[in-house]
Design a protein around this ligand. Structure first.
Ligand SMILES: Cc1cc2nc3c(=O)[nH]c(=O)nc-3n(C[C@H](O)[C@H](O)[C@H](O)COP(=O)(O)OP(=O)(O)OC[C@H]3O[C@@H](n4cnc5c(N)ncnc54)[C@H](O)[C@@H]3O)c2cc1C
Length: 474
């Protein structure tokens, strides 16, 4: 199959039926045993998602003895449910960073993300990975909101400002007046030479080279010891790459992040698109091709705030409106950790603890951010020059960019904790009320985003212990 101006390294069609992401079809990753007893390593990595795997892989290539400890199965977290666009165009980001952080830091952010895109291609070539990696443009589009001139104008202004910011930072970009989606837009900002791939096919040969323990949830960190239910890893350096850090007192991440969930449909009979698409408006839809399918993502909400359900149904309606002949093939959802200032927390988890690292807060863009984490944490551990460490430092506090989100997150936490006192179902992280999400038949915490199945088993952290679930029979 040929996609207009896309550059391809390898591609194969994917097939699927209904529930679960397209990436799980036909790719079997190696299985690993549970950690029992004690093992020693130079580096222990907690979590085998994209961030953990890339960080471990890079350190292993530098000669470190690395052990990954994974609560469930490799790539079973958010990375299995991504839409796998590899781009430095992170929605509307550069104007925000220039205005609320600084131009110099916005420049560093763009630069390291560009390095991340290059690094993906370099690994694909070096390891000769057939993972449908293709270079393609990425587009940020501003819709015409029928009957709402004000919203249309506001989105267009946001787009223009983002285009100006990109220009200031020297990002190769172009403003377009039309795009390859069946909607009216006031314009779109195109970044060339971005990429997309198949994440499971990509990690497969990396995983084969790594030492991993599955079904081994880390419950505690005790100095140089990573403690699971049945064993522990003793390591000089420890990397916390479990999406949302589970430790409460170390770093107080629960005060600095919330999680947002979004939904994806894979549809066929909708044609293909020539790149990856993302909207300016928070309700806009993300689009990319995946073999003969289109992946449409959207309907995002703060985790724990989907009491009424209907997210998939709304997404289906949009899919039908845009592509009347399309047919749903698969559906899935996943969530993102949102930092206070839109920059991930990557680096030393705590000031003064020089052997403990974290990679979290990827704000919806965890493909490049995972690679950025691998680059920065590798440099820390190998004691190499680390030009991007400061921008991503978990110890930073960008007041102007953070204050509004800090106030909102604190208010949510206070509300959730108060409701939790009387609620039938409580989160085992900090005791907030759990809210049923009918679209997924799970219980979610609006404070920090932990999720539990109907039997109380942990699906997503930061919680690490099962909850007692009383089903509402009304
Ligand atoms: C719908 C959707 C679409 C997206 N599309 C894109 C995109 O196109 N491009 C992009 O750049 N980003 C995208 N993202 C974001 C990206 O997918 C994520 O940011 C990224 O996958 C996160 O990787 P991770 O390794 O941090 O987390 P995960 O993949 O969740 O990995 C963390 C791992 O840690 C394990 N773990 C958790 N707790 C413990 C514990 N206590 N002990 C041991 N292990 C533990 C989990 O089981 C999991 O396997 C998307 C996100 C969503 C929700």
């Amino acid at each position: 199959m040929f996609f207009g101006n896309m550059r391809m390294l390898g591609e194969k069609e994917v097939f699927g039926k209904v529930k679960g992401s397209v990436w799980t079809e036909g790719v079997a990753l190696k299985k690993f045993s549970r950690l029992v007893g004690e093992v020693n390593a130079d580096v222990a990595v907690i979590g085998a998602g994209m961030a953990g795997i890339l960080t471990a892989y890079k350190l292993m290539k530098d000669g470190k003895n690395v052990v990954i400890v994974e609560a469930n199965r490799v790539m079973s977290g958010q990375s299995e449910k991504t839409t796998a666009k590899i781009t430095i165009q992170h929605g509307v980001i550069y104007n925000k960073l220039i205005e609320k952080v600084s131009k110099a830091e916005a420049m560093q952010y763009a630069k390291v993300n560009m390095e991340a895109v290059e690094e993906y291609e370099s690994i694909v070539r070096k390891e000769e990975i057939d993972c449908d990696f293709i270079r393609c443009p990425s587009y940020l589009y501003a819709r015409v909101h029928e009957g709402d001139e004000e919203a249309t104008k506001a989105d267009h202004e946001t787009l223009i400002k983002e285009a100006e910011a990109a220009k200031q930072l020297g990002i190769k970009s172009e403003l377009m007046t039309s795009i390859n989606l069946p909607i009216s837009v006031t314009g779109a900002l195109r970044f060339d030479d971005q990429a997309q791939f198949h994440p499971m096919k990509f990690v497969k040969p990396l995983v084969d080279q790594l030492t991993i323990y599955e079904h081994s949830r880390v419950m505690e960190l005790k100095e140089d010891r990573v403690v699971t239910e049945h064993g522990s890893v003793i390591a000089k350096d420890i990397v916390v790459a479990c999406h949302y850090p589970f430790m409460i007192k170390k770093g107080f991440y629960f005060l600095r992040m919330h999680q947002e969930r979004s939904y994806v449909l894979a549809v066929k009979n909708a044609g293909t698109v020539d790149g990856v698409y993302y909207g300016v408006d928070k309700n806009d839809i993300s689009v990319r091709s995946c073999g003969e399918y289109l992946l449409l993502g959207g309907e995002r909400h703060r985790t724990g705030e989907n009491r009424e359900g209907g997210a998939y149904e709304r997404l289906r309606n949009i899919a039908k409106e845009w592509y009347p002949n399309c047919e749903e093939v698969r559906r899935w959802s996943a969530q993102d950790c949102m930092s206070l200032d839109s920059i991930p927390y990557i680096g030393r988890l705590l000031a003064g603890e020089n052997n403990l690292y974290v990679a979290t807060g990827f704000c919806r863009w965890g493909m490049t951010s995972s690679m950025v984490a691998a680059i920065i944490i590798r440099n820390h551990i190998m004691s190499d020059f680390n030009p991007y460490a400061e921008v991503f430092s978990p110890q930073r506090f960008n007041l102007k960019a953070s204050v509004k989100n800090l106030a909102e997150d604190s208010m949510e936490a206070v509300t959730g904790l108060t409701k939790g006192i009387f609620a039938p179902n409580k989160c085992t992280h900090l005791g907030c009320e759990l809210v049923y999400n009918p679209d997924e038949d799970v219980y979610e915490c609006p404070c920090h985003g932990s999720r539990f199945d109907c039997h109380g088993e942990v699906l997503d952290g930061p919680a690490i212990r099962p909850a007692t679930i009383k089903k509402d029979e009304s």
